[in-house]
Design a protein around this ligand. Structure first.
Ligand SMILES: Cc1cc2nc3c(=O)[nH]c(=O)nc-3n(C[C@H](O)[C@H](O)[C@H](O)COP(=O)(O)O)c2cc1C
Length: 187
């Protein structure tokens, strides 16, 4: 059986991160939700409202549809990833607010002790956000900021996007060769 992933896309900057992740999950069953914020940012950054993203997913849901199957603990999935994860969504998840499908699916991942990977994009970080991240980390979530490394000497935005997405795929347990591994090939 194919591994199942829940992918939430919210209104943090970095629509290209979600697009690149979905492009690398074509051999898996993906359940995709876009928040209204994500659609707005997608329009600013990609010039579209996210149709190409929706086409890549196996299943798509409306963020207002809190009765969708991924809102139930009985729906089994391997990991949930919120990419990008806005500071607003991160705060809601940290506070136990589940008034959208993205926040509900994240709450389910936490309560069922399944892997939840949050990819925030914000800087600098306020004390409130840092406290929320700390709380989520203690609750079992993985905070994986969209911050590329520079030791790989990236030349393009694509290189930097691939760095972040590769690390997220690693956390999901998905083999990938998006980046050259540090000192790979050395004896
Ligand atoms: C162009 C644009 C860029 C944004 N970038 C960020 C960002 O990098 N990080 C963030 O937390 N919010 C960012 N926001 C704000 C969120 O989209 C906003 O707080 C929204 O209400 C989040 O709602 P959601 O989490 O339901 O998508 C951005 C908004 C716009 C319009």
């Amino acid at each position: 059986m194919k591994e199942k992933f829940v992918i939430g896309v919210t209104g943090g900057s970095g629509s290209i991160l979600a697009l690149t992740l979905l492009r690398n999950l074509e051999n898996f069953e993906t359940h995709l939700v876009l928040s209204d914020g994500a659609r707005k940012v997608f329009k600013e950054e990609m010039g579209t409202t996210g149709e190409e993203l929706l086409q890549l997913a196996s299943y798509t849901y409306d963020d207002k549809d809190i009765s969708a199957r991924i809102s139930s603990g009985s729906f089994k999935f391997n990991a949930a990833v919120i990419i990008p994860c806005s500071i607003s969504t991160l705060g809601k998840i940290a506070s136990g607010i589940s008034d959208t499908l993205v926040t509900r699916a994240s709450a389910v991942a936490l309560k069922e002790r399944r892997r939840l990977i949050l990819v925030p994009r914000e800087m600098p970080l306020s004390t409130i956000v840092l406290e929320n991240m700390h709380k989520l980390s203690l609750a079992g979530a993985i905070i994986a900021p969209a911050s590329p490394g520079y030791y790989t000497k990236p030349r393009t935005v694509e290189d930097m996007v691939n760095f972040v997405v590769s690390r997220v795929l690693d956390l999901m347990g998905v083999d990938n060769s998006l980046i050259r591994r540090w000192r790979s090939g050395e004896k």
